[in-house]
Write a protein that binds this ligand. Structure first.
Ligand code: FES
Length: 332
């Protein structure tokens, strides 16, 4: 099945941020405004007919004709970031999806009701966080931003965070190297995320994007304390997912009445599509939720990286998730 893209863009600016992170700006080839997005949104970037990668939009909200993404080169990854770093030059045509948001920060009048927001980023997880900070600063909302990186040299958007309009709300947490003094922002040692969450005043909402250990720590904290004001998005583990069933199982389709067998090594999504069941999918990695499907019985073995515990009680992502036991009943 071919992936379908919705927006054709072209690379109009390339800026090296760190030794591994490059920032690309994409624009419509004729200069039209691009479909709008909200802080926390990402786009699928199509590298060829069948391969897509997700990148958070880091802004800029001041330019409705631009999408800015930051791509970290992952030499041990599946090759997508390498293909971008090595292949994209000014003028490269890049098909992308419409922006999607699975990491909402509802800061408008219908918003999360927060009196204060803590934004915490680890590594390349700064990309949606900087968009949130820009939006919050623009609306005059109260927030603080904590950015954990190995060293100043590996911190992306350091100039913008140190010298930008909200530098007084930024604290850098470096785990290695010279903390040094920058132009702005505070310096602190290694980020104590649980301590930060425990000290948050009532009425604070926290938005965290980072690698798996950081998200695990926050998720454990939220589960232990029953806090529902902690919002998470994980990065950096796409390469560790190996989709495909370890044991065969049956998918019963409640609405159409059919059954589909999922063989060892096959994903639920592949088996469903082979059987002619129409099901949307984009990332094939458990991050975009476009394949999210309601289940009515059975116990999924969730392997997505983004769904909340509440969502997981109702939905499964057939592109990566499996089943504990012999059957699952989907609302299809
Ligand atoms: S296709 Fe993206 S989560 Fe399944």
């Amino acid at each position: 099945m071919k992936l379908i893209h919705h927006v054709t863009t072209t690379v109009v600016d390339i800026r090296r941020e760190t030794s591994r992170i490059t920032v690309y700006e994409l624009a419509d080839p004729d200069g039209w405004d691009l479909p709008p997005f909200t802080p926390g949104s990402h786009i699928d970037v199509f590298l060829d007919d069948r391969t897509a990668r997700q990148y958070s939009l880091c802004g800029p909200f001041s330019r409705p004709d631009r999408y800015r993404i930051a791509v970290q080169r992952e030499d041990a990854g599946r090759g997508g970031s390498r293909a971008i770093h090595e292949g994209w030059t000014l003028g490269t045509i890049v098909p992308v999806s419409l922006p999607r948001n699975t990491f909402h920060m509802d800061h408008g009048h219908m918003g999360d009701g927060a009196e204060h927001r803590i934004l915490a980023a680890g590594g390349i997880g700064i990309t949606p966080i900087i968009a949130m900070a820009e939006a919050l600063a623009g609306s005059g909302a109260s927030f603080e931003l904590h950015y954990a990186a190995r060293s100043p040299e590996e911190a992306a958007f350091r100039d913008a965070l140190e010298g930008g309009p909200f530098s007084d709300r930024v604290t850098f947490h470096y785990s290695e190297g010279q903390h040094g003094k920058g132009h702005g922002g505070k310096r602190a040692g290694r980020l104590d995320l649980s301590g930060l969450l425990a000290a948050a005043a009532p009425g604070t909402h926290t938005y965290i994007c980072g690698p798996k250990p950081m998200i695990d720590e926050a998720r454990d904290f939220a589960e232990a304390t029953g806090r529902d004001d902690i919002h998470l998005e994980q990065f950096g583990t796409h390469a560790t997912i190996t989709p495909g069933a370890e044991t065969a199982y049956t998918v019963d389709l409640a609405r159409s009445g059919g059954s589909v067998e999922v063989a060892v090594g096959q994903t639920m999504l592949e088996a469903l599509r082979q059987a002619g069941v129409e099901i949307a999918a984009s990332c094939h990695a458990g991050v975009c939720t476009s394949c999210k499907t309601r289940y009515l019985a059975g116990s999924p073995l969730h392997k997505d990286l983004v769904m909340s515990p509440a969502d997981r009680r109702e939905f499964v992502t057939p592109c990566v998730s499996e089943v504990m036991g012999a059957r699952i009943v989907l609302d299809l």
